[in-house]
Design a protein around this ligand. Structure first.
Ligand SMILES: C[S@@+](CC[C@H](N)C(=O)[O-])C[C@H]1O[C@@H](n2cnc3c(N)ncnc32)[C@H](O)[C@@H]1O
Length: 282
């Protein structure tokens, strides 16, 4: 794992982030999940086990499980009031209050799931600094990957902000936003919107990454990407130094052999029968 701050040691979830999501339950990317269902449908049947880590109010879990006719679903989040909404919405779900970066919460669930979904969570795994946040994000993604059975699928959806050109790398927009929010949240734990609800420089602190940075994290978590895409959302003049997009990575956990569509059987070499076929008829 990368360096965590001394002051971050022993933390299992960022208290301010959990407190924020207990007070504000958002739902993200309603439409993105349709694309995920299309991508993974060939490999996933209705008997699959699905977990949504950092599930929020359960909108994605609801939509993905319906689209794939999956009934065995688990919802995990660090915010109990978000989970209250999941309990109402999906009464048959196994609902778990826990933190992705807490080994004790994650260990009992490891290796059990055919599909692990992690949507809009990486940028909320924050430490005191950018580098400790990156270490948390990587640790969280590694834990998510370990929930998959051998050869299972891990789907990472993440809003990404990719610096552009010299100005982008000089101004390091993701670092600047992190430190701006760190500073503002030392004064207030409330949202501080400027020019509209989403341009918020207050709580929660977020640590965004670029598209290829998230791709590298996926690979470092031991996963093999089978599909990746970025949908861009132009911002106007800021596009000159940062490109905003939604990243989707579908990746396979190690150990299960090559991924095959359901119903297709692996071709087996049968040397004996081939030899027999070659024998001339008696
Ligand atoms: C932006 S919301 C995304 C919710 C949902 N996945 C979606 O796409 O609509 C981020 C979620 O991550 C959860 N979260 C933050 N830190 C967490 C942690 N350490 N462990 C588990 N969940 C966490 C928050 O409580 C929140 O529900």
């Amino acid at each position: 794992m990368g360096a965590r701050d001394e002051s971050d040691k022993g933390r299992v979830a960022d208290g301010a982030t959990v407190d924020y999501f207990d007070r504000h339950c958002h739902e993200y990317g309603r439409n993105r999940i349709k694309g995920v269902a299309r991508l993974i449908r060939p490999y996933v049947g209705g008997d699959a086990r699905l977990i949504d880590v950092g599930c929020g109010t359960g909108g994605n879990l609801d939509r993905l499980s319906r689209a794939l006719k999956i009934t065995d679903i688990t919802a995990l989040d660090a915010s109990d009031s978000s989970l209250d909404r999941v309990r109402e919405r999906l009464p048959h779900a196994d609902v778990r209050l826990g933190s992705l970066v807490d080994e004790a919460d994650m260990a009992p669930l490891r290796g059990q799931f055919d599909v692990v979904l992690m949507a809009a969570v990486l940028h909320h795994l924050v430490g005191r600094t950018r580098s400790s946040s990156r270490a948390y994000a990587e640790a969280g993604l590694r834990e998510a990957a370990r929930l998959a059975r051998p050869g299972g699928l891990v789907v990472v959806l993440e809003p990404v902000f990719t610096p552009q050109g010299v100005l982008g790398s000089l101004a390091a927009p993701n670092d600047a936003l992190f430190w701006l929010k760190r500073t503002v949240t030392s004064v207030t734990s409330e949202r501080v919107p400027v020019l509209g609800y989403w341009s918020n420089i207050g709580a929660p602190v977020v640590s965004f990454y670029g598209y290829s940075e998230v791709g590298s994290m996926v690979v470092r978590a031991g996963l093999t990407p089978i599909s990746r895409q970025e949908r861009e959302h132009p911002l106007g003049w800021p596009d000159a130094f940062v490109r905003r997009g939604d990243a989707t990575f579908v990746a396979q956990a190690p150990g299960g052999g090559p991924l095959r569509p359901r119903g297709s059987r692996p071709r087996q070499r049968d040397d004996r029968s081939r030899r027999e076929r070659k024998q001339p008829a008696p």
